[in-house]
Design a binder for this molecule. Structure first.
Ligand SMILES: Cc1ncc(COP(=O)(O)O)c(C=O)c1O
Length: 485
């Protein structure tokens, strides 16, 4: 064999050897029929273990690049004829370090999509990030036994694909929970379980929206939904919100879908008034438009009477109701659901199957048990008290020591609150100042599309307890006071 092989360092020896031999076959330096040295000789020659050369030969044989003839050695397979010239053109050094980079560049609409996750920051001691729940109080012991139950079911199962719409027991538990807590009356068969609310929204958009269709979203609003709709080629129209929620009069009449967060407008937090709900439903019914109701965190409601969901007021089947366990349990669980209008149920089940066949069954079974045993309800009651105390603490600071610089936006639910900054404070300056004293704050400007952004903060209290809120916001007030002097 005439090929020069070099091993660098002591990392990924098998990977280095595999890539070099494969590239030599693909670029014709190792021709079909050529005999390779024995694994023992090659190991000695390049200074690796015999096991490494054996593993690499086995892999290349399994992939069809090499062929062994009993008693006479290992050869480059004849079948590699015609592959010559297909190796990516890269330097030998690059092949050693990593897989060769592709030379062709694919451009897609996704190349220009903004990142939705906040950039991770270092040195943050008190993080008021939104969308994160309190895991320190989650009953992991109970959860462990629910997961063990799920594993027992899995072990007894046939090992086949499951129903794309989700685990029947979980859907039953969700239907009972929705009837009780959100007055959404549905049977288990009306529910499709998804990977969080985000997949539910994406699937609804996929089945309904065609490129060029007009869809309406709230402005300011939840960026991942805007991006999902834009990615489908929709004409996404941002519609302003006021103190009562979405301004229904400003929705374009030819919209095919309207996305709203009526229980707790994202990011500002006010609920949609009953009058606006009635107006939106009436409008959607007259125009034959789908309302996508994202009820992402209404479980934690602190003042007043629970606001009815749009779905519970929908007599004519124009609301797709989306919920999630990301705010009640934690986001990494990735379990959400949709109760679509009957006419969209079958298309959604098909879309779910095409997307990922079905959501992972073990966690669905665990969650079903957690709900049906009453542990979910117990945990919600406990967290309701906890988040109420955190919200009170936050309001105490916003209305007290922080009042010269910001003002809370009235809201009654959820695990985040918005605050408006008083002029002339600017959002980036406040975020930077907070960071310099170890306080993680996040702005709302990036959630605006067409409406002139009012500088503000989205303050999450899922990740900080009362003591941490007190300590973090005291630091912030001190830093702001220095800024002013
Ligand atoms: C408005 C809104 N919708 C939905 C979600 C939850 O999405 P998922 O269930 O995919 O985690 C969030 C999470 O932050 C949200 O803010």
């Amino acid at each position: 064999m005439d090929v020069h092989l070099t091993i660098h360092g002591r990392h990924d020896l098998a990977g280095q050897l595999y890539r070099q031999l494969r590239t030599a076959i693909l670029d014709g330096r190792l021709a079909p029929g050529e005999r390779l040295p024995s694994t023992r000789d090659l190991a000695l020659q390049i200074g690796v273990s015999r096991k490494t050369t054996l593993d690499v030969f086995e892999r290349l044989s399994a992939e069809g690049y090499l062929r062994s003839r009993a008693g006479s050695g290992t050869f480059v397979a004849e079948a590699t004829q015609g592959l010559a010239g297909r190796a990516p053109r890269v330097s030998p050094a690059a092949q050693i370090a990593a897989p060769a980079p592709a030379t062709r560049t694919f451009t897609t609409p996704w190349n220009d999509m903004p990142d939705v996750l906040p950039t991770p920051r270092t040195g943050i001691v008190y993080d008021f990030v939104g969308g994160v729940t309190e895991k320190r109080l989650f009953p992991f012991d109970k959860w462990r036994s629910c997961v063990a139950h799920g594993l027992r079911l899995q072990a007894r199962g046939r090992g086949a694909y499951h129903d794309p719409a989700g685990d029947q027991t979980l859907r039953l538990a969700i239907s009972r929970y929705l009837a009780f807590s959100r007055a959404v009356v549905c049977a288990w068969g009306d529910i499709v379980v998804t990977q969080g609310a985000q997949q539910a929204i994406d699937l609804i958009a996929r089945v309904l929206v065609r490129p060029g269709d007009t869809v309406a979203i709230e402005d300011p609003g939840y960026p991942p939904v805007r991006i999902a709709l834009q990615a489908l080629g929709a004409n996404v129209v941002p519609v302003p919100v006021d103190a009562e929620g979405l301004v229904v009069d400003a929705v374009p009449p030819h919209a095919k879908l309207v996305y709203v967060t009526p229980s707790h407008q994202f990011p500002l937090g006010m609920p949609m008034s009953l009058a606006r709900r009635a107006q939106l439903l009436d409008w959607a019914q007259r125009h034959g438009v789908l309302i996508l109701e994202d009820d992402y965190d209404s479980e934690f409601r602190f003042d007043g009477r629970p606001m009815e969901s749009l779905k519970s007021l929908d007599a004519t089947g124009c609301v797709a109701y989306v919920g999630t366990f990301s705010k009640t349990i934690f986001p990494e669980l990735r379990i959400g659901y949709v109760v679509p209008p009957a006419s969209l149920l079958a298309p959604l089940q098909r879309a779910k199957q095409v997307a990922d066949w079905h959501s992972e069954s073990l966690m669905q079974a665990a969650l079903a048990k957690f709900m049906l045993d009453g542990d979910f309800g117990k945990y919600l009651r406990r967290m309701h008290k906890e988040y109420a105390a955190r919200r009170e603490a936050l309001l105490r600071h916003l209305r007290g020591p922080l009042a010269p610089w910001m003002m809370p936006v009235p809201s009654a639910a959820g695990i985040h609150m918005a605050a408006r900054l008083h002029a002339p404070l600017r959002e980036p300056a406040v975020l930077k100042l907070a960071e310099s004293v170890g306080v993680g704050l996040y702005g709302t400007t990036r959630m605006h599309v067409a409406q002139p952004p009012l500088p503000g903060l989205l303050i999450g209290y899922g990740y900080v307890n009362v003591a941490e809120i007190d300590a973090g916001l005291a630091r912030l007030a001190q830093a702001l006071a220095k800024l002013a002097t």
